[in-house]
Design a protein around this ligand. Structure first.
Ligand code: GTP
Ligand code: MG
Length: 360
């Protein structure tokens, strides 16, 4: 929607130019010519007003792209050792050593390798109830680490996680965990995954498999290597300059500091003082902290940061967009809130109709 004119917007939405102009005037904006590019905020507001769902997509055309770290989400069945594996990886991290005992309150963290390369990790729960969280995890990541316990083998949420990754078109790296256990049978896991259609490397496919133990730290270096190799193949790049986009992985209310959102920057640079709209909330960035809780002035692509300064609590999965002014931020936030409320009422009335229907 960036740089779209009223004429183009009319074509896309099927609403008359005249009506669009009226809406724009109603939200307090000037319309000089229907051939002038609209700001992305106004285009979004107008689209919402006419009932069209929009997804912001900043164009990277002509922008300078720079290599960025990979974002890796760890998924798998409940209790297969995802969190333990991340804890073990974190202990091998250069940053963790430097900082001593670190406080772990963010849903994401960065492992820095001695080579200087780094990887951003996201944890997900394996419990059956958290399917939505796994779907979101797969949608926002570059690579999925599929953790399978060597003693337990492939289980329902192993398959579910695999499906999410495949739907999102995200490459999988398999970590067969708990290989320290006497009952471990990594070969069986390989066969099970192969049977489920995963094209493992040892069978001529391109899915890497690593045997690890979060307990004894066996194979962690191999896992890091596999991830770096996968990232290299993908040649991950991002735009550093220009309007930032990020997505929320976790949000919480802090008594002293107010609403806090942990976000991962997708492109551009997020900086203190910027006005942002997050989902249907807005605010001005008061402070940005890195995953070790240190204050920093900006957040760059693939970096998890904690943002302070929002007026309300956003939701995990919400997009963070930077806007020009407080006025724009308020306007967009209001517009989105109204849209949410409208959708909610619509859904509620549909449910009511369904109930009435079945009672006949
Ligand atoms: P959810 O987040 O609930 O899905 O679980 P999880 O996958 O994060 O598993 P978690 O890391 O909490 O580990 C579950 C249990 O397995 C714990 O008791 C761990 O100590 C144990 N465990 C994890 N990794 C290993 C391992 O490599 N070897 C052994 N022997 N035990 C492990
Ligand atoms: Mg866990």
């Amino acid at each position: 929607f960036e740089g779209m004119t009223i004429v183009e917007l009319a074509k896309r939405t099927g609403v008359s130019i005249r009506h669009l102009q009226e809406i724009i005037v109603n939200v307090g904006e000037k319309v000089d010519s229907e051939f002038d590019p609209l700001s992305i905020d106004i285009a979004e507001l107008v689209s919402m007003e006419v009932g069209v769902n929009v997804r912001r997509q900043h164009s990277d055309e002509g922008a300078v792209l720079q290599p960025r770290p990979a974002v890796v989400t760890v998924m798998g069945h409940v209790d297969h050792g995802k969190t333990s594996l991340l804890d073990a990886l974190r202990q091998t991290s250069v940053a963790a050593k430097e900082a001593g005992g670190i406080t772990q309150h963010l849903g994401a963290f960065v492992v820095e390798m001695p080579s200087g390369a780094s990887i951003t990790f996201l944890d997900t729960p394996g419990h059956a109830a958290f399917s939505a969280m796994r779907a979101r995890g797969a949608a926002v990541t570059d690579i999925v680490v599929l953790v399978v316990a060597a003693d337990d083998g492939v289980m329902p949420q192993t398959l579910e996680a695999m499906a999410h990754a495949q739907v999102a078109n995200v490459p999988i790296v398999v970590a067969i965990n708990k290989c320290d256990k006497p009952s471990a049978d990594p070969e069986r896991v390989r066969i099970q995954l192969g049977t489920e259609g995963l094209l493992l490397e040892d069978l001529g496919g391109d899915v890497q498999v690593v045997q690890v133990s979060a307990k004894t730290k066996l194979g962690l270096d191999k896992l890091e290597e596999a991830l770096l190799l996968q990232a290299e193949i993908m040649d991950l790049k991002a735009r550093i300059d220009g309007p930032s986009q990020a997505y929320v992985v976790e949000a919480r209310l802090d008594r002293g500091r107010g609403p806090l959102a942990t976000a991962i920057v997708k492109s551009g640079t997020l900086a203190c003082g910027q006005y942002i709209v997050v989902g249907s909330e807005w605010g001005r960035i008061r402070s940005i902290r890195d995953m070790l809780g240190r204050a920093t002035s900006s957040g760059r692509p693939a970096m998890p940061v904690e943002i302070e300064g929002l007026k309300g609590l956003p939701m995990a999965g919400d997009d963070v967009v930077v806007v020009d002014s407080e006025e724009r931020a308020r306007m967009l936030s209001n517009g989105r809130k109204k849209k949410l409320e409208k959708d909610r009422l619509l859904k509620a009335s549909e449910e009511r109709i369904e109930i009435e229907d079945t009672s006949e």
